[in-house]
Design a protein around this ligand. Sequence first.
Ligand SMILES: NC(=O)c1ccc[n+]([C@@H]2O[C@H](COP(=O)([O-])OP(=O)(O)OC[C@H]3O[C@@H](n4cnc5c(N)ncnc54)[C@H](OP(=O)(O)O)[C@@H]3O)[C@@H](O)[C@H]2O)c1
Length: 291
Amino acid sequence: MFLVTGATGGLGRQIIRILTEKEMSVRAFVRLNSTYSELENRGAEIFIGDLKIDKDIDKASQGIEYIISAHGGAGDAQAVDYRANIELIDSAVKVGVKHFVFISVLGANRGYEDSPTFKAKKEVEKYLKASGLNYTILQPSGFASNLLPLAERFRDTGIYLLIGDSKNRTSIVSTDDLAKISVDSVSVEAASNQILPVGGPEIIYRGEISQIFARIFNREPIVINPPLFVFDGLRNALGLFNPELQKTLGTLRVLLANEFFCTSEEIENLERIFEMKMESVESYIRRKMEV
Ligand SMILES: NC(=O)c1ccc[n+]([C@@H]2O[C@H](COP(=O)([O-])OP(=O)(O)OC[C@H]3O[C@@H](n4cnc5c(N)ncnc54)[C@H](OP(=O)(O)O)[C@@H]3O)[C@@H](O)[C@H]2O)c1
């Protein structure tokens, strides 16, 4: 049986869809306040808990063979991105889990001091590698599903908001491809004990996203492009009232200010290991928005 954390998230929902379509048994770790009926209707076993509570993690891990850690801790990196994963790894060792898949982030090893999330991912990677468990660490770039609300706004208004340098490169990954890779990682021999960067098939400038939208929706883009110092100014001002929020925004700052892309060799390696072709961001958006 699989245990999937973050089962109600953008990636987690796709992982549950694939597992249940394959008729594999899966326990979805969800919070009571989240929307999880779709997962239950698909046939997932629902475990209600909170990843901040060690006892819940221990209980959810009973009888589990495979764990896919796909949760993220908006606003509480220490408790959710770091500690919950450490507890999950310890529980996995205790119950003898066969394979642990950890969703990290591209650039986790770059040591961004401003981002608690990046630091947590780096530390969890280290802990998992030293745990003795079979593991696969996936380091994805930005998810294509994040673009869907922006695509909807563009379709309705033509507006695209781009903060920071439009020449920063990215290789946005189809969330569906990443979900398939996450599931296949436990059975594909070549993925065992590997750290794999995961991106889409092409490297694009962030500024090109508005052109992709323009092609898809056949309308001229209105690009609003404030420079990064405007974001910094707002963040500093917010920090006067809410220092915690200012720290949390560090991860967004890192994402806006840096490049996150995979090399063509890394993508070829991924396609060879998982015997698949990665989907382009344009194809993903067209498919999801049925245009
Ligand atoms: N999105 C990206 O572009 C991107 C890029 C690289 C890496 N990643 C990584 O990929 C993973 C999945 O990202 P995502 O965008 O799919 O995440 P997401 O949509 O933000 O979902 C986060 C998930 O974590 C769950 N969660 C948070 N705190 C929890 C707690 N205390 N107890 C139980 N569950 C909790 C949420 O549950 P609720 O529904 O209850 O809130 C939700 O299911 C994360 O590890 C993220 O860091 C994301």
